[in-house]
Design a binder for this molecule. Sequence first.
Ligand code: SAM
Length: 275
Amino acid sequence: MATIEDWKGRVGREWADKADAMEGLLGPIGAEGMAALGSVSGHSVLDLGCGAGDTALALAARGAEVTGVDVSEDLLAVARTQPGAERVTWRLADASSATFEQPFDALHSRCGAMFFDDPAAGWAHLRTQVTPGGQLAVSCWRAASLNGWVTIPLAAARPVLGEEATQAPPAGGAGPFGWADEAYVRDLLTGAGWSDVALTPVDREAAISTGSDPDPVARATAFTLRIGILASRLRERSEEERAAVADALAAAFAPLVREGAVRIPTAGWIVTARA
Ligand SMILES: C[S@@+](CC[C@H](N)C(=O)[O-])C[C@H]1O[C@@H](n2cnc3c(N)ncnc32)[C@H](O)[C@@H]1O
């Protein structure tokens, strides 16, 4: 669904263009993932799939010595220009095989853990990059069918694109729902040598697209046409279909505006473990 090659290229570029729009959607579950680490002051933390750097910077602001690793040059270029970026060490690498100078006290990821080509090998390798007993905290999505940022756009687009093209994606594979299945995550991490694996569900309201456009419906519509499940299914569609979907999205989003943003329910996991 979204491979490392996708992130290195087109998908990374699209996210980099919308970097200021991500915090609204990922912030609420991400806050829980960072909280699961407890106090990080003075700890070395690897932020896996750091993207435009929001969580790496937040952890550095809490006193951690952070390395942010990502495969996307475009996203790292955004991260490097964020306020406070000089506090973080940024590294362009595939975290599933990269070796770091010293093992970290903790490994954190906000929605960047589910894209490895070979998850079993990648997670076994990452365990060696964390001090024995060191913490893992990952925030990620539960089933697509529980997440309003997927279901609401797909339902809105259904009259235009039809049933088949608007089904929620299944759990599993390399992509945003790669860790949706609890048993899969447990087996993956335990098999890779991690211990004390625990998954805690978090249901949080989130905003589709923070960012600079003052009109929340226009902002959420533009974001949804560019990023995510519906966007990928629209890629081969005609201009007319895209315009009809844009109208349908705006109509679906308008009643969901509160406090300046389109607000939707999200369902995530906070996955914790020890190396
Ligand atoms: C859904 S985005 C999340 C970005 C960021 N953590 C955030 O919360 O804004 C997933 C990120 O993981 C990165 N990524 C995917 N596979 C990776 C890998 N094997 N090594 C390093 N980064 C990876 C992507 O380039 C992308 O930046």
